[in-house]
Design a protein around this ligand. Structure first.
Ligand code: SAM
Ligand code: SF4
Length: 338
């Protein structure tokens, strides 16, 4: 265990979702939960306010799919207004952004990370169990049109499913002003038993990209967290799919990130905590049990007591994960706030 500078808290506002990505959820989604088991927005804001004096000044709203919880724009607005908060961002599958991107921007959301695992309609549909690529691209277009920058795309690569699209995503990043990050599949929850078969290791992705262009390591991407970034300059000009209403503002080269928890563990640089929708504060996706905040919150704990619990979670952050050690079967990203 180690004490370290932890400055970033992910807030899962729901573990429900309007998609069923095969590596994240089963076909029936998450087990239904009682309304009262989930933290209210008021309670989430109490935790956030207590975390600021502990050094946490950046918040990411996530889930499940955060946009399916009613009133999430108001939560963003109130998080932004908390004293000492530097940045509020969101991770989403983007499906509801055509209606919500402008209100979120107006509420003060700084940036959005969107999950999009395929640019082929049939593969997207299969991977998400029924999702519409056109709807996901409309969400991406809506985010780009608000001017939130940089928009980051998360792409979980799966061998034999979308790993042939690495260059297509690089072309998308070269065409528009966005970053693409290739994420190595983690053996958590739904994918615990089969992730090993589908994983695409980081060296394989880099080799693919190097065949089609020049890769130059980069430093200094804002909020770069665990990703290793590269500038990719294609040998021949490339073009991404058309996004209606979005001007192709890219300069023909792509900024690409790789997040590879297994090929290149980054635990020593990890600066984040995660609060589940049920009020458990976790220091690691793959390790110890969370610190329960719901009972203290409902028992009347004030900011000082909550702050102490946040400090406890920080102090218990492990130095290395144990994803290879079989610990992840019960740990779903949709619950932990990926
Ligand atoms: N629904 C939102 C979305 O998909 O962006 C937010 C929650 S989702 C759990 C957050 C991120 O976790 C997504 O980028 C998703 O692809 C990623 N994720 C889920 N399960 C994963 C796994 N087993 N390995 C790697 N990434 C995973
Ligand atoms: Fe939903 Fe995100 Fe999980 Fe896909 S990865 S099922 S969009 S929570």
């Amino acid at each position: 265990m180690v004490e370290r500078r932890v400055s970033y808290l992910r807030l899962s506002v729901t573990d429900r979702c309007n998609l069923r990505c095969r590596y994240c959820m089963g076909p029936d989604g998450v087990p239904p939960r009682r309304h009262e088991d989930i933290l209210t927005y008021e309670e989430i804001l109490q935790v956030a306010a207590a975390a600021v004096p502990m050094g946490i000044d950046r918040f990411r709203v996530t889930g499940g799919e955060p946009l399916v919880r009613r009133g999430v724009v108001g939560l963003v607005e109130r998080l932004v207004a908390l004293e000492g908060v530097r940045e509020v961002t969101m991770t989403s599958n983007g499906l509801l952004l055509p209606d919500l991107a402008v209100p979120l921007r107006a509420a003060g959301l700084s940036r959005v990370n969107l999950s999009l695992d395929s640019l082929r309609a049939d593969v997207y549909r299969t991977l998400t169990r029924g999702g519409s690529l056109a709807a996901a691209l409309a969400g991406l277009a809506a985010a780009l049109k608000t001017g939130m920058s940089p928009v980051k795309l998360n792409v979980v690569l799966l061998k034999g499913m979308n790993d042939g699209e690495v260059e297509d995503f690089a072309a998308l990043a070269a065409t528009y002003a966005l970053l693409v990050r290739f994420i190595e599949l983690m053996p958590l929850g739904e994918s615990h038993s089969w992730a090993g078969v589908r994983q695409v290791p980081e060296p394989v992705v880099l080799a693919r990209l190097a065949r089609r262009g020049r890769l130059t390591p980069m430093a200094g991407i804002p909020g770069n967290g665990p990703a290793a970034y590269y500038r990719w300059t294609p040998r021949r000009p490339v073009a991404g799919p058309e996004l209606p209403g979005v001007s192709p503002a890219g300069d023909g080269t792509a900024t690409l990130g790789l997040i590879s928890a297994l090929s290149r563990p980054f635990c020593h640089t990890c600066n984040r905590l995660r609060l589940t929708a049920e009020g458990k504060l976790h220091g690691c996706l793959a390790k110890e049990d969370g610190v329960d905040l719901r009972e203290p919150l409902r028992g009347g704990a004030g900011p000082e007591e909550l702050g102490k619990l946040v400090a406890m979670a920080i102090a218990h952050k492990p130095l290395v994960h144990d994803m290879d050690g079989g610990c992840g079967a019960l740990r779903h990203m949709s619950r932990l706030g990926g």
